[in-house]
Design a protein around this ligand. Structure first.
Ligand code: ADP
Ligand code: MG
Length: 453
């Protein structure tokens, strides 16, 4: 009998769509099912009324199609705690708070990477339009290109430019209220605001308390109609007030469901700029800059050779350089063309090292400590498992050059910050603990076949 509620919801889900379901039905908690009454609990009065006005009839229809008797629905309101305020929220409020203390400068916007600035961005034919448009936005926010949309494949520098605009504007106008966040986070905050009846705060935060809004990866909310509606309301409000909006996407507007028309009508006031894969010359310039930043000694002709091998995107190019330099340091050899070929490989047959995967590393670490791979991917915090897990994450980063989010994903969907912490701790502990260093060295030798000098 309890199942009648679950079944009704399951029947409704395809009709309502995932987002509506998540927003309005999932938060309702089933309290009890009697013969003629289903009792539910809603987290706010608003949620209760919304459900009653919009979805109750549809749910009852589903229920009555599954049972004979008449059933009613009763909802009590039990407020629960909202999701903790996010970084974006913190930015706005801390900026506002510190403005009253005239001597104290507001902190830089949350979430911006220090490395992603204009002066570390290499311009080339592939990204020229995007980089110039980003510059113009930083020079004259809210005036020339508003909104600005950058789109292009992954790893081509869109996020880098978005952060660069945020840094530049903050440096020049410390009081400016700049908010940077991913579209995914915008969606989660929106859902939370609706669920916990804090829609007014949400509105104020995004429609009023902002001077510059930077949203990364808007493709994430394609097809999420309510979130999109809300985002476009935000766009309208900000645009009308002359505030700057800049967004990125990994595909064109026409490839994002529900966005093209609304985006392009707004983009008639703004600009869409694409970012393409960089040409050889740009890739070489990026490599040389990265090598300099990381103090990696790589001769010019070898950089050209490496840039010729890795063409797809900049993130892979950077990963390749880090891998080559890690192995060169391990072996105690200089970075030569032959060595690059050995590590990266011209053809599939000679890329043994580059083929090291996170899975292979997990297997080796699990074997060494006699723990299960499932435990490495699991949540248990027992030291006998937590330690091997951190070692495996550390080696994955070092030997595969995968990104932190990607490693997190392969460890049972952990957050990238967990991986970052693990890598940092392993680096620290190794310095004081020769035994741990020895353990890590021997697993590395087993995986790579390379003995440290
Ligand atoms: P996207 O957001 O397009 O997926 P990112 O902005 O995250 O890509 O870029 C991936 C990596 O490549 C980052 O480390 C970034 O700094 C670097 N990168 C990309 N393009 C350039 C460039 N033109 N100059 C310097 N670094 C770049
Ligand atoms: Mg990005």
């Amino acid at each position: 009998m309890t199942n009648i509620w679950t079944e009704a919801l399951r029947g409704l889900q395809p009709r309502l769509g995932e987002e509506t379901y998540d927003l309005w039905l999932r938060p309702l908690e089933l309290v009890a099912v009697d013969t003629d009454l289903i009792r539910l609990r809603a987290p706010s009065q608003f949620m209760k009324e919304w459900f009653e006005n919009h979805y109750r009839d549809a749910v009852l229809e589903e229920i009555h199609s599954r049972s004979d008797g008449k059933i009613a629905i009763e909802i009590e309101v039990v407020p629960s705690e909202p999701v903790a305020p996010t970084g974006a929220h913190a930015v706005v409020s801390s900026a506002t708070a510190s403005m009253s203390v005239a001597s104290k400068l507001p902190p830089p916007p949350a979430g911006l990477s220090q490395r992603y600035r204009f002066d570390t961005f290499i311009k080339g034919a592939s990204n020229e339009l995007a980089a110039s448009a980003a510059r113009a936005v930083a020079d004259e926010p809210g005036q020339r290109f508003n909104p600005l949309l950058l789109y292009g494949g992954v790893g081509l520098g869109k996020t880098h430019l978005l952060h660069a605009v945020g840094h530049e504007l903050h440096d020049r106008h410390p009081q400016m209220r700049i908010v940077y966040l991913s579209a995914e986070r915008f969606m989660n905050e929106f859902i939370s605001a609706v669920r916990y009846n804090q829609f007014d705060q949400f509105r104020r935060r995004y429609r009023e308390d902002i001077d510059v809004l930077l949203i990364d990866d808007i493709q994430f909310i394609a097809g999420r109609d309510r979130t999109l509606d809300e985002l476009f309301h935000v766009f309208n409000a900000l645009h009308e007030a002359g505030k700057q909006i800049m967004v990125t996407a990994d595909r064109t507007p026409s490839e994002m469901q529900g966005m093209e028309e609304r985006l392009t009508s707004r983009l008639n006031w703004g600009l869409v700029a694409d970012v393409k894969a960089p040409d050889l010359e740009t890739r070489v310039a990026i490599l040389r800059q990265k090598a300099e930043q990381e103090h990696i000694g790589i001769p010019n002709d070898v950089a050209v050779y490496l840039a010729g091998l890795v063409r797809s995107n900049v993130r892979e190019l950077e990963g390749a350089l880090v891998r080559v330099s890690t192995f060169a340091a391990l072996k105690g050899v200089p970075i030569t063309e032959a060595f690059v070929r050995e590590v990266i490989g011209d053809k599939a047959k000679d890329r043994p090292l580059a083929q090291l995967t996170v899975e292979a590393i997990q297997k080796a670490v699990a074997g060494h400590f006699s723990v299960r791979i499932a435990d490495l991917k699991g949540q248990r915090r027992h030291r006998g498992i937590a330690r091997p897990r951190m070692i495996a994450m550390y080696l994955s980063r070092e030997l595969t050059g995968s990104s932190y989010p990607e490693i997190g994903l392969r460890f049972g969907g952990k957050d990238h910050s967990t991986v970052i912490n693990a890598c940092r701790r392993m680096t620290e502990i190794q310095e004081q603990d020769p035994e741990l260093r020895g353990t890590i060295d021997s697993i590395r030798v087993q995986l790579t076949g390379i003995r440290p000098q």
